[in-house]
Ligand binder design. Structure first.
Ligand SMILES: NC(=O)c1ccc[n+]([C@@H]2O[C@H](COP(=O)([O-])OP(=O)(O)OC[C@H]3O[C@@H](n4cnc5c(N)ncnc54)[C@H](OP(=O)(O)O)[C@@H]3O)[C@@H](O)[C@H]2O)c1
Length: 315
């Protein structure tokens, strides 16, 4: 396993980070039980993963807690989150309610400190409130030792052009870690987020490296057809039937392999989250994330085909 510093946090993190949310939620999204979910966490750690990302809303904190019974907590970097989202008619959580969620995560995980605590899926219109009401409470919790580093995750499927994180960085440098959407179809973070986050030494976790567009060929075709229709991809340059087929060869057995390798070597990115409930996928993804990057020709072709894309997440 390759490890690197999560930006200025100095935390030494595995390039492969286990995501306990996404479409799989460690398999619980499709009927697997708590024991199975915990076994996925343990298997990841056995393979060298030390970064584990969960969230109050994923309902997988109990699985992480169960796995922790058999693991050395001090060797792991635990990341979790709580969001500000509500239904239209309900106000955003107060600072006290937000800290109650943090306390709930500490209790559920059975730990005294969360290493990386995120404001989950922050939207641009929530920045004012997050800074005026939630940030002071989080900084207090940090002083109390409940949190080591403050973080924010963006809402990539609603904010694929990354409006939120640059707007946040223009207002504050209080957050040490960002969770950023990046994949072989939409790598606009390279322009919109990473230059500023690198300059500041912000640690970056990649999400959406491989989502439905990279696991389901029909979904990929549909996504690329939409990009052609919107003018972000040139129809005469792309193979509409197999848009990423050029990535696959003897050294790159699948589009997923290519997708993870593409993200693992992006400058300014430190750990790439993969979500799975499948032990074989887990092993494959860790292997992919530890391989060299794609060939220069393939990277150049991706830039030619998808370099203007900033409107899809690949969800
Ligand atoms: N705003 C946010 O804060 C936010 C949003 C999204 C995600 N996240 C975090 O990021 C993590 C990763 O999420 P993600 O969006 O990248 O993806 P994801 O939805 O967790 O996972 C990728 C999907 O591809 C499948 N898959 C994984 N490896 C595969 C392989 N080798 N072959 C075939 N299928 C494979 C998985 O299903 P199987 O179970 O069948 O493998 C899963 O459905 C999440 O778990 C979560 O921790 C955060």
């Amino acid at each position: 396993m390759r490890y690197q510093s999560l930006g200025r946090t100095g935390l030494n993190v595995s390039v492969a980070g286990l995501g306990c949310g996404g479409h799989s939620r460690l398999g619980t999204a499709y009927g697997k039980d708590l024991d199975h979910a915990a076994s996925i966490v343990r298997l990841a750690v056995e393979h060298g993963v030390n970064y584990i990302d969960t969230a109050e809303s994923y309902k997988t904190e109990p699985a992480v807690a169960r796995a922790l019974r058999d693991l050395d907590r001090d060797k792991l970097v635990l990341s979790t989150k709580a969001g500000l989202w509500t239904r239209d008619d309900v106000p955003m959580p107060t600072a006290d309610e937000f800290i109650a969620k943090l306390d709930g995560s500490l209790r559920t995980l059975g730990v005294e400190t969360i290493d990386v605590y995120h404001v989950h899926a922050l939207a641009e219109h929530q920045i004012d409130y997050a800074l005026s009401d939630i940030l002071p409470a989080l900084e207090h919790a940090k002083k109390q030792g409940k949190i080591r580093f403050l973080a924010v995750s963006e809402v990539f499927h609603h904010d694929p052009a990354h409006a939120t994180l640059p707007a946040l960085m223009r207002r504050t440098d209080a957050f040490d870690v960002f969770m950023v959407g990046l994949n072989a179809l939409n790598f606009s973070a390279r322009r919109a987020v990473l230059p500023m986050s690198r300059e500041r030494g912000i640690g970056v976790e990649v999400m959406f490296a491989v989502r439905k567009a990279l696991t389901d060929p029909a979904h990929l075709r549909e996504t690329v057809a939409g990009l052609i229709a919107s003018g972000q991809v040139d129809a005469d340059q792309v193979d509409a039937d197999d848009p990423l087929g050029f990535l696959v060869d003897d050294e790159t057995p699948t589009v997923m392999d290519a997708g993870y390798r593409f993200c693992a070597h992006e400058p300014g990115c430190h750990t790439v989250l993969f979500g799975t409930g499948n032990p074989d996928h887990l092993r494959d993804n860790i292997a992919s994330l530890n391989k060299p990057t794609l060939s220069a020709d393939k990277l150049a072709q991706l830039a030619t085909l998808f370099g203007r894309v900033d409107s899809v997440s690949g969800n």
